[in-house]
Design a protein. Structure first.
Length: 288
């Protein structure tokens, strides 16, 4: 797969839609899709791509989001801010590019499963994907990193003209990426809200539709690490080790899968990759 990232059918290429005999209603072979996505991300890595704002334009088009919509402005502002920041070895502009692409793939899979997501909800999700780790710093208290990113993204959404409801939704999605929320009953924003999350959002509960988007975002955030291929998992692990300044210790892989990833992906489209996750989990834990 070449490293072009701007073509309008990037997601179609990943999902094999252009292949003769493949229809929009068919679910792809997960192992093949994982290899195809990992190959794209490896191309990006080798070529020091993508340019995140350019990718954002392509993903806005793929998701059917009008370029003049306020949420489109928030997406582009987030992409530009993350590209300027650059980030760390793992929590980087590349990570944001992968998460945004992962989420778009998951949204297309959801449509094939008979659970289409509106373009407005896609725009909320894409904005959160593109800015969820902005200014990330490791070894800070729970929710501190997510709170910083949510505040920065909220300011950009306000400047783009997003209304209060959309800004609150984006904040909630970013807060939902806090790793400890993933394994709660009901998912990252399930009821009742985590007390700290409720305080940060100034809300006692979240709409179920937003909670479902949070599940897709949480899966997209982890998909590149644990849902594609064992080889790409090792690349991501090496990035995390460089960011931490030390190699993984014995047992850390097992704790990562048990305490962060959990038994499976949370969303229905995420669970398309369940078989890949099982193989990667066995490979990663056996290697330690």
């Amino acid at each position: 797969m070449d490293s072009a990232i701007v073509e309008p059918d990037l997601i179609a290429r990943l999902l094999d839609t252009r292949k003769p005999g493949v229809t929009q209603a068919m679910l792809p072979d997960p192992a093949r899709l994982g290899r195809r996505m990992a190959a794209l991300y490896a191309d990006w890595d080798r070529a020091r791509q993508p340019d995140l704002p350019t990718l954002a334009v392509g993903l806005l088009r793929s998701n059917g989001i009008p370029p003049d919509a306020p949420l489109a402005g928030a997406c582009l502002a987030a992409a530009q801010a993350v590209a300027a920041w650059g980030g760390l070895p793992y929590h980087s502009a590349t990570h944001h590019a992968e998460v945004a692409t992962n989420a778009t793939v998951l949204l297309e899979l959801a449509a094939r499963q008979g659970q289409p997501v509106s373009s407005h909800a896609r725009a909320l999700l894409l904005a959160a994907c593109l800015g969820h780790d902005l200014h990330y710093q490791p070894n800070v208290p729970r929710f501190a990193a997510e709170h910083v990113a949510a505040e920065a993204l909220d300011a950009m959404a306000a400047a783009a003209g997003c209304d209060a409801a959309d800004r609150q939704a984006i904040r909630a999605l970013v807060i939902a990426t806090e790793p400890g929320l993933r394994l709660r009953q009901g998912g990252p924003l399930g009821a009742p809200l985590d007390p700290t999350a409720a305080t940060l959002l100034d809300a006692p509960a979240i709409d179920p539709a937003l909670a479902a988007l949070a599940e897709i975002l949480s899966d997209a955030d982890l998909l590149s690490s644990v849902g594609l291929t064992a080889g790409w998992y090792r690349v991501q692990q090496q990035r995390l080790e460089r960011e931490a300044g030390r190699p993984y210790e014995t047992g850390e892989s097992e704790r990562f899968f048990s305490d962060i990833v959990g038994p499976d992906f949370l969303s229905a489209p995420g669970r398309v990759f369940s078989g890949n996750l099982a193989v990667i989990r066995r490979t990663a834990c056996a290697a330690r």
